[in-house]
Every structure is written in structure tokens, then in C-alpha cells.
Design a protein. Structure first.
Ligand SMILES: [Zn+2]
Length: 57
């Protein structure tokens, strides 16, 4: 399984945060606690804007 990361921009405060593409728990913005991604059991559902996809080697 590819271990990709997303750089996600928070729609509330603009903070950019790196999240795991298959996050097993929901991910909150470290600045404003907006939910950035929701766990689906597979690929996480990203709620913010994906600024960049970071591919793992
Ligand atoms: Zn935020």
C-alpha cells in the first residue's frame, strides 16, 4: 500500500498541515480544530483543500 501524505489547507484558517492519506482517525487542524480529514477505513476523506500530494518513496 502506498504511504502517501497530503498537504491540506484548512478551509477555516488557511493553516497547511501534512496528513496521512490513510489516516485511521479523524485529523483536526492544529490551529483551529476544524476537521481536515475523516477516517473511512481506507483512504481518508479530505475535507479541506489538498495543496499538494506527497508521494512516499
Ligand atoms: Zn484551521
Amino acid at each position: 500500500m502506498a504511504r502517501d501524505f497530503y498537504r491540506v489547507k484548512c478551509s477555516e484558517c488557511g493553516n497547511e498541515q501534512k496528513i496521512f492519506s490513510h489516516a485511521s482517525t479523524k485529523v483536526e487542524c492544529l490551529v483551529c480544530s476544524e476537521e481536515l480529514a475523516t477516517s473511512t477505513g481506507g483512504k481518508a476523506e479530505v475535507n479541506g483543500e489538498i495543496a499538494e500530494e506527497l508521494k512516499a518513496e
